[in-house]
Design a protein around this ligand. Structure first.
Ligand code: SF4
Length: 340
């Protein structure tokens, strides 16, 4: 038995063709469940006999919403989902302007990469999410939303590029007209720096955007913050980013930088970054660290502004990225899959 949202519309059509189901009927079934959020099998103009045959080979599956919390500060809404094996994951609904939402979703249960400033990293790794478990996060949130969901970011729990197949398949389903019809450019896949998978992402010429978490300008400093540096050092990472950039002529590479007071926001850090990124068109996103243990603190306005000023030598857009929902532990680096 196959789970419907583990398949792309074309794969469903292929599975159902031997049962006498046409491509157009198959697309209708897909849209009925995924796009229109129907839980029943009363698909318009489809004979009961056909539906019974389909149900012999396809099932639907979903996640249990264990908790929902909305920030009183900015309306960010955090969802806690319980999986069929009891594991918990989180996703965040993000208001965009006044008329739409983006959704930040998880790709794994926990994370093996153990970035020192991240609550998910402290959980360790349990397993990859199946495609349908990734898809359901967005589908459920979209179903409950009072505005359309126009974007998806893979920046929740887990390292998306260590679950490459399922993440890319979910992205394709989000973008499919019979799926959620979200523009490919509004789907962002973030990585802490899994170099072979970045190269694969480039070679696959996917319609999605890539974001790379950099967070330090030297290998020594990066090693102390992001152990992934021990496997794929910053030199290799920047080479892979440069190759991606060359392949995507019209796109700036999004670089994420978790700013930590007294650690990576000094004039020397800025100078190293300027040198490192020379010649690569990037958009440099500054995100202030959110560490509930208080081991790492965000820079104050003066420290952040000085760092930002020093980075102007890059000659590239530098954006202070808002990380919302902090009162419900929904901010970047805060997802720990607890109801508290
Ligand atoms: S920041 Fe991302 S890659 Fe690093 S530990 Fe957290 S979830 Fe994993």
């Amino acid at each position: 038995m196959k789970v419907l949202t583990d398949m792309l519309p074309a794969e469903l059509a292929e599975l159902l063709a031997p049962l006498g189901i046409t491509v157009s009927e198959s697309r209708r079934i897909f849209a009925h469940h995924v796009q229109h959020g129907q839980r029943n099998w009363q698909v318009r103009d489809l004979a009961r006999g056909k539906i019974e045959r389909i149900r012999q080979v396809v099932e639907t599956a979903t996640l249990e919403v264990a908790d929902r919390r909305t920030s009183a500060i900015d309306g960010f809404k955090k969802y806690l989902f319980r999986l069929h094996d009891g594991h918990l994951i989180e996703a965040v609904r993000i208001p965009l302007l006044a008329d739409k939402y983006s959704v930040c979703i998880s790709s794994q249960v926990g994370c093996a990469l153990a970035c020192v400033f991240c609550a998910t990293g402290r959980l360790g790794f349990h397993r990859n999410l199946d495609t349908w478990e990734i898809v359901e996060q967005v589908r459920i949130i979209r179903e409950e939303a009072d505005r359309p969901v126009r974007g998806v970011v893979f920046m929740g729990m887990g390292e998306p590029l260590l679950n490459y197949e399922n993440v890319v398949r979910a992205g394709r389903l989000f973008a499919d007209p019979s799926g959620l019809a979200i523009a490919g450019r509004a789907i962002t896949i973030s990585t802490a720096g899994v170099v072979p998978a970045i190269r694969r992402f480039t070679a696959d010429a996917l319609p999605f955007r890539l974001a790379v978490s950099l967070t330090a300008g030297t290998t020594t400093k990066r090693k102390s913050l992001m152990p992934v540096e021990n496997t794929w050092p910053i030199g290799e990472l920047i080479d892979a980013v440069r190759e991606y950039s060359r392949a995507r002529k019209d796109e700036r590479v999004m670089l994420e930088y978790v700013a930590i007071s007294g650690v990576n926001c000094g004039a020397d850090d800025a100078a190293q970054l300027v040198e490192l990124l020379r010649g690569i068109p990037v958009r440099f996103n500054l995100i202030e660290v959110n560490d509930h243990t208080r081991a790492f603190l965000p820079p104050d306005e003066h420290e952040l502004n000085s760092f930002r000023d020093a980075l102007q030598a890059l000659g590239q857009p530098i954006v202070r990225r808002y990380s919302g929902g902090k009162d419900v532990q929904a901010g970047c680096g805060m997802l720990a899959a607890t109801a508290g």
